[in-house]
Design a protein around this ligand. Sequence first.
Ligand SMILES: NCC(=O)N[C@@H](Cc1c[nH]cn1)C(=O)O
Ligand code: ZN
Ligand code: ZN
Length: 477
Amino acid sequence: MPAPKQILEFVDTNADAFIKRLAEAVAIPSISGEIERRPDVVKMAHWLDAQLKKYGVETKLVPLGKHVMDGTELELPPAVLGKIGKDPKKKTVLIYGHYDVQPASKSDGWNTEPFELHVHPTNGQLIGRGSTDDKGPVLGWLNILQAHQEAQLELPVNLQFCFEGMEESGSEGLEDLIVKEAAPAGYFEGVDCVCISDNYWLNMRTPGLTYGLRGLAYFKLTVKGPARDLHSGSFGRMVHEPMTDLIALMSKLVDSQGNILVPGVQDLVSVCDDKERALYDSLDYSIQDVEDAVGASIALSSDKATVLMGRMREPSLSLHGIEGAFYGPGAKTVIPAKVSGKFSIRLVPPQTPDTVGDLVVKYVEEEFKKLGSKNTLEVENLHGGKPWVADHEHWNYEAAIRATEAVYGKKPDLFREGGSIPVTLVFAESLGKNVVLLPMGRGDDGAHSTNEKLDRSNYIEGTKLLGTYLYEIAAQA
Ligand SMILES: NCC(=O)N[C@@H](Cc1c[nH]cn1)C(=O)O
Ligand SMILES: [Zn+2]
Ligand SMILES: [Zn+2]
């Protein structure tokens, strides 16, 4: 059952107003990972709360307590919970999304200001931080609420909302809340299924549905020695240099072919058989797609299935950055006193942040000892989450497939995603309900990257997709 004509027409006629709303949301730099942006994350929670209220949703902002980030104690941004509809004859769908974003600054290489939504004059791309991850999809739900209110139509299902402001920084505080509210008589009582729109199609042409996510284990290695930064002319070759030790350690984590060098990590993963390999061969994807998405011919293999398996069913280790290192323009001759290397491992079943964390800590400490350095090493496990895989034959997926066919006239690709949304598994396990990931954006949107975008057509057709999905849920027996 597709969404009623009035709803679809409302979405088309109000496309420009929806883009204006997205511009408002993007203009709030709600970066959860930066201490000085915390007030903006909270501002974004209030903005979202007001929008939901405007469309008749009963909401509450739930404080999640405090946490420590880079040595500073901060109040966590609140979870925004909401409910609309209490009809016992209707299904109840719980919607999750996040209102925080990754850091961004023009100097990273953006062509436009990241927190000013730029509408590309010819191709209609909506460019700005959070456009696709995850403000566009979150606003897609608001657009559907508004369409129903203004068309004076009842929603086909009861809706509950759970929006968080710490997803990009490990979802701190949310797991406890979900577990508490999923218990009998909790806020989420009565939920029949969960829908999350916080991911992307595999390519730029075929819509997709996601039934798996990788987990994550994030690490910080800090090497320190001298009491202060030193002049390399005065002290070079006189002392152990923290940066030299850190680079030596980081070079022992992963090789240039993507192989993880931490003993035991790969051993936890099952070997792919021919039947499973055929799944990856059948997906609408090519090496050209990965090269178009990353903007260079740098795929690790010329075999499509191998490349896809690298993202969907293998763990990966990425080096992210070094805090405390000299990185600006010029040629400063400094020996940094204290440097911290950041890296993370994407996990697949049966790996967990704990099993992999133990292997990493043991290995890094052993390798540090082998360096014979008098500097000191601290290994921190910053945050993590377990991988998740769902039953994609469930009626929740059937509804999402039918909605995709109705909006795009095409069967969606079904695949596991390489990214992580740690609370997905928490919802699935604590509610005991099926979770579907219904993406809005395309494979080349550049989430977390410079010039992040959401195509206008994905925003508008994606809004229709979310609305149509609710009608397809209602049509399930
Ligand atoms: N759209 C989901 C997403 O981007 N998730 C992040 C989660 C994360 C965890 N730590 C930092 N970010 C991801 O990187 O996959
Ligand atoms: Zn996201
Ligand atoms: Zn993200």
